[in-house]
Design a protein around this ligand. Sequence first.
Ligand code: KG4
Ligand code: ZN
Length: 344
Amino acid sequence: MSSDAPLVLGIETSCDETGVGIVRGTELLADALATSVEEHARFGGVVPEVASRAHLEAMVPTICRALGSAGAAPRDVDAVAVTAGPGLAGALLVGVAAAKAYALALGKPLYGVNHLSAHVAVDLLEHGPLDEPCVALLVSGGHSSLLFVPRIGGEELTELGATVDDAAGEAYDKVARLLGMPFPGGPPIDRAARDGDPRAIEFPRAMREDGYAFSFAGLKTAVARWVEGRQRAGEPVPVADVAASFQEAVVDVLTHKAVKAAREHGVEHLVIGGGVAANSRLRALAEQRCARAGLRLRVPRPRLCTDNGAMVAALGAQLVANGATPSPLEIPADSALPITEVLL
Ligand code: KG4
Ligand code: ZN
């Protein structure tokens, strides 16, 4: 895309990160982030009211920081994109209200977009345009889905399968908690697993050969029972081995199904997005299995996998480029926005 492509400001507030990104076409110009993660840590999960308040305080400073690092003035912004859902209702409201205010004040179009699609679109900033269909594996704290995507950043996609219970990230967070690790649990399990043996404990791989749906609740329970068994016997819990074996069960199923979906749909590319895509073992195993299957893997750098504003700007920029109709200023924040609704 040429350097005169529109400048898009993206705002993300669906959970505990206040993200503001600035993108021109597929070029990332700024990615400013403020997080309230430490305020939630002692509760073992995100407290919605605390997150909303933190977004409110961080919003304007984070927008100013993003504009500053892009070397842009507010009047340079050509369009405003914002996560309209899914996510925490109060948290989403802060971003949506801010985006409407900026769009109205600047006289620029508003694009209320789907957070989950933005997790896939962000890869364009890393690897450039992809003008052919792909399969995307979306793995975050609240969602785990396999998608058929005719065009990244387009308005159409089909959900091939999703988790029937816990999301992959949720399983990481719950297992981390029972191993005494901090929230969010993905990063500490990822680190601990590096010193463990992934074959030490044979944890279940539910629904591995059944279609494109996932199930992680049984795995989490199996880990809990195993750890309790050790504790009851008065034996130490081999934390690194538990972390590595749990992680192997998760990423084995995720990559197995993602590669199968890509092959069965005859696409050349597999894209992985969402917070769990930052996982080092998921990235390594996906790389290996894609190479073996003759697939090309696209996973953005870890910083772009977890929630950020650049992903929202990236999706907004594609919608603008494709001539999508902007959102009316009356759009709601939709905490349960279906994955297939890319633009409100
Ligand atoms: O996409 P995201 O930042 O927020 C949501 O939209 O949910 O994903 C957050 C999830 C959390 O469950 C967190 O534990 C997980 O992503 N996560 C990871 C890693 N980094 C973040 N999971 C596994 N390994 C990681 N390195
Ligand atoms: Zn997310």
